[in-house]
Design a protein around this ligand. Sequence first.
Ligand code: IPM
Ligand code: MG
Length: 357
Amino acid sequence: MQKRIAVIYGDGIGREVITQALKILKVVAKKYGHTFVFEEVLAGGAAIDACGECLPAESLKICKESDSVLLGAVGGPKWDNEPSHNRPEKALLTLRKELGLFANIRPATLLPQLRKASPLKDEILNLGIDFIIVRELIGGVYFGEHKLEEINGEKVASDAMTYSASQIESIAKVAFNIARNRKKEIVCVDKANVLSSSRLWREVVDKVAQNYKDVNLSYMYVDNAAMQICRAPSQFDVILTENMFGDILSDEASIITGTIGVIPSASLSNGTLGMYEPIHGSAPDIAGQDKANPIGTILSAAMMLELSFGLTKESEAIQLAVQNALDKGYRTGDMMSAGIQLVGCEQMGDVILESVM
Ligand code: IPM
Ligand code: MG
């Protein structure tokens, strides 16, 4: 199989973590007889530095023409004063929108090796954590009208949370299809006691559910969901939610499994094109120090192989190699606990690589 992969190193720890994932993808390609052609694409702060624009037209073009996109992270304090249309994060949002990546899949699974890194008590962890957040990614308040006006001599700002029925229907179908292959439980998280967009979500999701009678659907307000994720996370199988709620809850979901550093994500379109990225950010405080955890990116690459290319065996080999590295006791700083071997980003990549070979 031959695939063209656009690679966005991005900012902060982006380059370090992507380097480890590419190293592993190259070995997997060789071992299983595939050709992956990697094409570096500038986006985010790195692109602002190089050419003044957070997402040059050429970068977007290459991503559109590729079979998938692998991204490290964008953003950092250096670009905090850029105007909103040219912030590094804007590159990410434009990519999501332009590539039609409406479905963001973020798993939260407690690996037995990382139990000690979780802030939750044993009695909660004993029940297990294994759920998936299905986050709508190109609607809601991120893409509604943003306004800054002057009213009666005072500045007034607003960001509209806008959803159309068809947007909700598309993401709901993705969640129901995923739930069908799992425990068949969906919790749709919203704020229907306050927001009219949430009430439309309920109306549309109810309708979609008619075609998935085998899946059990319930609703939960987002404030309660935030509490339940740390109080009793074992109750969740698939969480379906809108863009901003998904952003917030997925950070919470990641930390209860030990560290945000190991959580991958897939952003999917209607076709096979997807963008894959760890959910941690650019972590400028540890950038360039070989301290970052490459596992989130490596597992994102594994998701890419499975979801965009249908290479299930290869994807499983990478996931197994990650487990092996953890079994052997290797940890980056973010998942340290007593009696365990501290390694840097590169060495963690090496240990995983050995297992894939
Ligand atoms: C994420 C990030 C992005 C988001 C930022 C960087 C714009 O937090 O992917 O979760 O809010 O979607
Ligand atoms: Mg986020």
